[in-house]
Design a protein around this ligand. Structure first.
Ligand code: NAD
Ligand code: MG
Length: 396
């Protein structure tokens, strides 16, 4: 048995972070926790530190760090507590770290995830927003450092599992006709269109198949999540947007498919539990127990499919347009969406206004090429400002 691998979990207190620690905890001989980060749930972070005894923890502010440091010392732990983005980058790129789980939500994860990529780590990517924002720069950094990038998003993990090992030669060269990206359709797949304007954050966050953080739950309800995933798939598998087709599959049992020129279609199936892609990416190319129960096909009995309805889900159309436009547009789409979703969760706008805000920001602001991280961050800030201005103009 080889030496255990050291893992940093960025976003340890979130849904993906906790699922990661669940899988890691099942394999103490293989994995040791090097560092954990949290943002708001400090008490939960403390409990995780007591359980996993990391070398470092990272929090948002200096006051929080002093508080946590004191509590951990009193419990006999010598965990060092670091602060903010610099701390996150440090635990992502630390020379003693082998694996980094990138599970911070939103643009806040970009710099720490890139730091891990640039340091050549095995990077397990849940934080799709980081890749959507910085696309080419991110993938160039992976190639330059030799980082091993493994997708955690269940769909992309499924696609990865169904791809030939040499897919980096180009999809055409390995006989892939298209990628079929499955989507559950979320909680509003069949909600009458005239009711959508009045749905509440609680209804939007009640996903039929998956238990997730609030931002991605709203994204799933609007299908912006699938839109971000479309852009994510284009970068991960070097595919033009026209080669990625979205398929509504309400049961969330098939996690995505790859269609080959000979007529073969390969799919990956499993219960909707993120511990499966996490365990896959942790151990790849080996397989380890994830704690997920076996798939019972007789209980599932049927699998349904239909095309997405872009009138119901305008965010999907906007994301496809952003994928085709490239440059600063995906970063702006993501930033406007983050502001709009936060406003919806605060009950300042209606659910249907999320797409309205994003479309207006993309129509109003200039689209530019992005050749540096600064350009990406500037596009992000520009779209945030425009979305905030939209809210302020209407007193929201
Ligand atoms: P979550 O809200 O449950 O957790 C987010 C984590 O990020 C928390 O640990 C939080 O403390 C941290 N965080 C939030 N804001 C931060 C900030 N400004 N700075 C530093 N840390 C911050 O979210 P989640 O559902 O675990 O999702 C995490 C990422 O994984 C997202 O990008 C999401 O799209 C992706 N993802 C999640 C799922 C899922 O099933 N939950 C599936 C696929 C992909
Ligand atoms: Mg997904």
């Amino acid at each position: 048995m080889s030496a255990p691998q050291w893992i940093s979990v960025l976003g340890a207190t979130g849904s993906i972070g906790l699922s990661t620690l669940d899988v890691v905890g099942r394999h103490p001989d293989r994995y040791r926790v090097f560092a954990l980060s949290g943002f708001s749930r400090l008490a939960e972070l403390e409990v995780l530190c007591l359980r996993h005894c990391p070398r470092f923890a990272v929090v948002h502010e200096a006051d929080q760090a002093r508080h946590l440091q004191g509590r951990l010392r009193a419990a006999g732990l010598d965990t060092g507590v670091l602060v903010g983005e610099a701390g996150l980058c440090e635990i992502g790129a630390h020379p003693e770290v082998d694996v980094v789980m990138a599970a911070i939500v939103g643009a806040a994860g970009l710099k720490p995830t890139l730091a891990a990529v640039r340091a050549g780590k095995r990077v397990l990517l849940a934080n799709k927003e980081a890749l959507v924002m910085s696309g080419a720069l991110f993938m160039d950094a992976v190639r330059a450092s030799g980082a091993v990038l493994l997708p955690i998003d269940s769909e992309h993990n499924a696609i990865f599992q169904c791809m030939p090992a040499d897919y980096s030669r180009g999809l055409v060269n390995v006989g892939v006709r298209r990628i079929l990206l499955t989507a559950s359709g979320g909680p509003f797949r069949e909600t009458p269109l005239d009711v959508l304007a009045d749905v509440s954050p609680a209804q939007a966050c009640a996903h039929p198949n998956w238990s997730m953080g609030r931002k991605i739950s709203v994204d799933s309800a609007s299908m912006m999540n699938k839109g971000l995933e479309l852009i994510e798939a284009c970068w991960l598998f070097d595919a033009p947007p026209s080669k990625v087709e979205v398929v509504i599959h309400p049961q969330s049992v098939i996690h995505s498919l790859v269609d080959y020129v000979d007529g073969s279609v390969l799919a990956q199936l499993g219960n909707p539990d993120m511990r499966t892609p996490i365990a896959h990416a942790l151990a790849w190319p080996q397989r380890i127990d994830s704690g997920v129960s076996p798939l019972d096909l007789f209980t599932i009995a049927r699998l349904d499919f239909c095309p997405p309805d872009e009138q119901r889900f305008p965010c999907l159309r906007l994301a496809r347009q952003a994928a085709e436009a490239g440059g600063s547009v995906p970063a702006m789409l993501n930033a406007a969406n983050e502001i709009a979703v936060a406003a919806f969760l605060d009950r300042r706008i209606r659910f249907t206004e999320i797409a309205v805000i994003i479309e207006e920001v993309l129509n109003r602001e200039a689209h530019v090429p992005v050749e540096s991280l600064d350009a990406v961050l500037a596009a992000d800030q520009c779209a945030r400002n425009a979305a905030q201005a939209w809210l302020q103009e209407r007193g929201r």
